[in-house]
Structure formats: C-alpha cells, structure tokens
Ligand binder design. Sequence first.
Ligand SMILES: Cc1cc2nc3c(=O)[nH]c(=O)nc-3n(C[C@H](O)[C@H](O)[C@H](O)COP(=O)(O)OP(=O)(O)OC[C@H]3O[C@@H](n4cnc5c(N)ncnc54)[C@H](O)[C@@H]3O)c2cc1C
Length: 268
Amino acid sequence: MREFAYARPGSVAEAARTFAGGGEAAFIAGGHTLLPAMKSRLRMPDTLVDLGGIPGLAGIARDGDTLTIGALTTHATVATDAAVAAAIPGLASLAAGIGDPQVRNRGTLGGVIANNDPAADYPAAVLALDAVVTTSAGRHAADDYFQGMFTTALTDGEIVTGVTFKVPPASAYAKFRHPASRYAVVGIFVARFAAGVRVAVTGAGPGVFRWAEAEAALSADFSAAAVSGLTLDPADLNTDIHASAEYRGHLAGVMLGQAVTAARRPHR
Ligand SMILES: Cc1cc2nc3c(=O)[nH]c(=O)nc-3n(C[C@H](O)[C@H](O)[C@H](O)COP(=O)(O)OP(=O)(O)OC[C@H]3O[C@@H](n4cnc5c(N)ncnc54)[C@H](O)[C@@H]3O)c2cc1C
C-alpha cells in the first residue's frame, strides 16, 4: 500500500484544518468504503484524517418530533437503540439490514451519506424523512443534499456532523437486497406525515430519488391497494449484472407495497 500520513484530530475545526493542509486528504470514519478503495488504488490520499477521535460526533438524541443521529454513529447502534426503535422503527430496521455484523459495527451514518453510493440504504431514509444534514459548514435539506451517483451538496473538506430526522407517525423500509453484499437492488422508504406521504427509492437508479406518483396515491389513501400495480419507468433505471432496468422497475412496485403494509402496522 502507498504511504500516507495519519491524523486523529480532537475537534471538527481541527479536522477541517488538517484536511485543508493535507495535500490530497480524505476523512475516514468506519473505513468500510474508503479502505477497500485505497487497497484497490481508486483512492490514494496523502493524509487520512480520522474523525473517530472527535467527541460528540456519535450519539442519538430525541427532541420532540425530531431524532438527531451523530455522523459517527454506527449502523449497529442505530439498529439496536431504543429511542430509534420507538421513534422511527423503519430506520432501525433499515440499519439492521445493512451488510453484515462487521460492516454494521464499523460503518457510520456519516460515511454512508458522504459517499452516497446509489445502492446504499440510508439515503432513502434521509430523503423520505425530510431530514436535515448538519455539517461543519452549515445545514443541507435532504431534497438538496443528494445530487446523483456518489455526488452530494458537500464541498471539499466539509464534514458531516449529524442528521436530524423528522419523526413520522408511520414509516417503513423494504429492500430487495443483493444476496452477497446486502446492498439494495431496490429499496423503498415510506414515511407518512400529516402533510402527506414521502417515498424515496434507492438502488434502482443512478442515485436516490423521490417517487412522485407513489407519494400522490399514498397521500390520498395510505394503503398497499392504492399503489397496487404501480411500477417505475425503466427508462430512468439502472441495468447491471444484478438486474435489468425492467426488473428494477417492477421490483420497486413490489417493495413499495411491502413498505406500506409494514408502515401500517401499529408501532407506538
Ligand atoms: C461488504 C460490505 C457490505 C455493505 N453492505 C451495505 C449495505 O447493505 N447497505 C449500505 O447502505 N451500505 C453497505 N455497505 C457500506 C457501509 O455501510 C459503509 O460503512 C459505508 O458506505 C461507509 O461508511 P464508513 O463509516 O465506513 O465510511 P468510510 O469508508 O470511512 O468513508 C466513506 C467516504 O465518506 C467520507 N466520510 C466519512 N465520514 C465522513 C463525514 N462524517 N463527513 C464527510 N465525509 C465523510 C470518507 O472520506 C470517504 O470518502 C457495505 C460495505 C461493505 C464493505
């Protein structure tokens, strides 16, 4: 492996300064995406800035109708936290279905949404739950944050510090997972708010997106019957070795029905 410098700053400000002075620098959180990329030389940073030593970046706090999760919080913590299960069970089950125990014990919320893999799970929750992404530079509404494949509103050196989710009366996540990696072939997050229903789709296209037709139908009638037979137009979807665009379009309708059925089960 190529040589690089390693820094473990004690604050967000110090991390930003170290990044700025570190040549081709990279933040590292759980390392489950970055380290494989370094091993295959897709990423060759001069300086690794480890966010793991910064106090306050991991943790979960409920405040009325919002739930804030720190960027360094692992998937395993989100999956098993009582406050998450009580507030947004769809988010707890999403975290429990990420990868395997090794990935869940190291991978972080901030790492996933900074990377914005088109098949990652959390982007669907962040978008459907109308969340706000907090960073070293400010705040980004979810609708503006995700900008396509591996692309976000983050600027170079901007650090994700946490995500504040709205707590909906009902929500659920359903995914058809890749049998080896557990990434989403298609994943659907449904959140029912008083103002209407939000539906986010991951895995199917080049990035996470909202499904307007499903949102309109479910806002009028929050039942699986209301979206029965609904599919996504394959013209906008991915074809790869795992699934064709047509298959993904059909699968999205199936996952949508499953998510709505799960969201309708009473949870609090
Ligand atoms: C075998 C395997 C299976 C997986 N399965 C799934 C799955 O089913 N679903 C799923 O969603 N994901 C899956 N993942 C990805 C996993 O969730 C990773 O943990 C995640 O993509 C990255 O999180 P991390 O904390 O490891 O980030 P890292 O690898 O440390 O960093 C990833 C990127 O984000 C940047 N970064 C990290 N933290 C921050 C921050 N706070 N602010 C700004 N930039 C930051 C880094 O610089 C880097 O560019 C899988 C990974 C593996 C290896």
